[in-house]
Design a protein around this ligand. Structure first.
Ligand code: AHR
Length: 567
């Protein structure tokens, strides 16, 4: 039954694609006509959706830390211990699970010891992004930020310019309990010197950091290494670190830029080239969508036409290929008996040129529109569809940088449309992802003429052009506490066309549903300091289920969350 159903769905998707290629006129404009189908199959679970796929990232870059997160204890801007209150509140509003720091490329020239101890004694240093870092925001301030938000810290350790000793001592400083500690030997309990130093610096309680990035983009700013060189460093850095059973550490190895599977295959081959057990939780993956199909980190966040819009969303959808390609590359090369390695997509987002920067000193800040909200939905749905593979993902970056949820400048503050999508996707976290088949006419990408530029700050490569964008995409999950509650998130990328989709659930009937939708007449719509509520979600217009199914109309250029009660 399943196979023939799949085959039927596949052929209907192919037919739909063929229809789309003949022309958009074939699409129904009337909302009572069905344009598309969404078939949810609860009997085909994918995995529990890790709450950590909705995680965040802040780096000492432009106005991210200084002004974005850290306003200082004496600031007139509302703050908790120097941390911008609006940043804390917004991160709480999206229930941020994990926050990554201090970089990015910044991490590999950062000495964590510069940012501890009395603030007045901390040295100002040159930072990676051509800035001077006052070090007023350091390890303790970051941990206080995480505590205020109620999230876990994820530290990116410096592997390029500090020795392995600094790495394990940073772990020791963060995680060793203060006071008398058993020695696990014949000698008496002792006071660990690094734990005592942490306590003297104001935090007797350990920070309990379990998630550690071992370097960042080591193929680029993190050292210009080849995979075999990085693998050797990873083995050496992680061969021994202070740890106990109380807090199993999760190490994340530097993965590819974009879809560079050669890096991943060679890395894993080399990592497992002797039989010692590897301490490896995840492979970091970075995939940014450039604002321009021609060059990396170009294009304008606000000034784009319909072709640019479809092209950006098509290129964002490549995240699915990146995830499946690297999952396969890990699977092909990891060894029997070694821990299962997950994907940690710890940098993603749309990256534009400088046109909408908040100011010269706010490097890589950019505006964020409804187009970016759709990119956010497409991306989170990909992670959810691949809940068995993606364990952690960090949007880059939370405030004042690239694909941000917040923009802040001095006492001015706004959330972006992306913030709303993060909030709308909250019901998925911890739920059981289940297979959902979408069949809708695809959209031809008008700019799929040349290879796609990919990269981060430090490397550029390219991928093959992609010609089609799914006419409707999304993901579904069943609540962990209520098997009759299904969450369905859907992105309709058609810029000016609502899509009416018949939604059915295999083996169950739709009893009722409610929803939230983010949609604006113009995909350029965005929030700014003067209009912080220009874009915000509203209640979705619902239809009456009939015969156990429902036809719901997804507005043009929208992101929708439906909560469906089943019988
Ligand atoms: O997020 C900005 C930069 O992009 C990060 O520092 C780096 O890791 C990537 O190239």
């Amino acid at each position: 039954m399943k196979i023939s159903r799949r085959a039927a769905l596949k052929s209907s998707a192919l037919a739909a694609t063929a229809l789309a290629l003949r022309g958009p006129r074939l699409f129904s404009q009337a909302s009572n006509t069905v344009d598309a189908h969404i078939d949810i199959i609860p009997g085909e679970p994918v995995a529990t959706i890790s709450p950590e796929i909705y995680s965040h990232f802040i780096e000492h870059l432009g106005g991210v830390i200084y002004d974005g997160v850290w306003v200082g204890r004496d600031s007139k801007i509302p703050n908790t211990g120097g941390i911008r209150q609006a940043f804390i509140d917004t991160m709480r509003a999206v229930q941020a699970p994990v926050l990554r720091w201090p970089g990015g490329c910044f991490a590999d020239s950062y000495d964590w010891r510069d940012g501890i101890g009395p603030a007045a004694n901390r040295p100002a240093r040159a930072g990676f992004w051509g800035q001077q870092d006052s070090n007023q925001y350091g390890l303790h301030e970051f941990m206080h930020t995480c505590r205020a938000i109620g999230c876990k810290p994820y530290l990116a350790a410096n592997m390029r310019s500090l020795p392995a000793r600094d790495f394990y001592q940073e772990i020791e400083y963060c995680n060793t309990p203060a006071g008398l500690t058993p020695t696990n030997s014949a000698s008496k309990p002792v006071v660990n010197a690094l734990a005592a130093q942490r306590a003297a610096n104001g935090d007797p309680e350990p920070f309990n950091v379990d998630l550690w990035g071992v370097g960042n983009e080591s193929w680029g700013c993190g050292g210009n290494l080849v995979p075999e060189e990085y693998a050797a460093m990873f083995r050496r850095f992680t061969a021994w670190v202070p740890s106990d059973n109380r807090l199993p550490l999760r190490f994340v190895a530097v993965g590819p830029n974009g879809d560079d599977v050669d890096w991943t295959r060679r890395l894993f081959k080399s990592l497992y080239s002797n039989s010692e057990r590897r301490h490896l939780f995840g492979l970091s993956v970075h995939y940014y969508t450039s604002g321009s199909p021609k060059a990396f980190a170009e294009g304008d966040a606000l000034d784009f036409n319909t072709d640019d819009y479809y092209d950006l969303l098509t290129r964002a959808s490549i995240m699915e290929k990146v995830v499946t390609d690297h999952w396969a590359a890990i699977g092909n090369s990891s060894e029997e008996g070694q821990p299962k390695v997950k994907l940690v997509v710890d940098e993603w987002g749309a990256w534009y040129g400088k046109g909408t920067q908040l100011g010269p000193e706010y490097n890589l800040s950019q505006q964020s529109t409804m187009r970016d909200a759709l990119l956010t939905g497409i991306t989170l749905d990909i992670f959810q569809r691949h809940a068995d593979k993606v364990a952690v993902a960090n949007v880059a970056q939370s405030i004042n940088c690239i694909h941000s949820l917040m923009l802040a400048k001095e006492d001015k503050f706004t959330v972006t449309p992306t913030f709303h999508v993060f909030q709308m996707y909250l019901p998925h976290r911890g739920a059981q992802a289940v297979r959902a088949e979408f069949s809708a006419p695809a959209i031809r990408n008008p700019l799929a003429n040349s290879p796609i530029p990919v990269g981060g700050n430090s490397y550029t490569g390219s991928l093959e052009a992609v010609k089609l964008l799914a006419g409707l995409s999304g993901s579904a999950s069943i609540s962990a506490t209520n098997p009759k509650l299904l969450t369905l998130t859907v992105v309709n990328p058609h810029i000016d066309r609502p899509v009416a989709a018949e939604i059915g659930v295999a083996g169950a009937s739709v009893a009722s549903y409610k929803g939230t939708v983010l949609a604006e007449d113009d995909v350029h719509a965005h929030n700014d300091f003067a209009h912080p509520n220009a874009v915000k979600p509203s209640a979705a217009t619902t239809a009456s289920p009939s015969g156990g199914r429902v036809v719901h109309t997804f507005p043009a250029a929208s992101v929708t969350t439906l909560q469906i009660t089943l019988t």
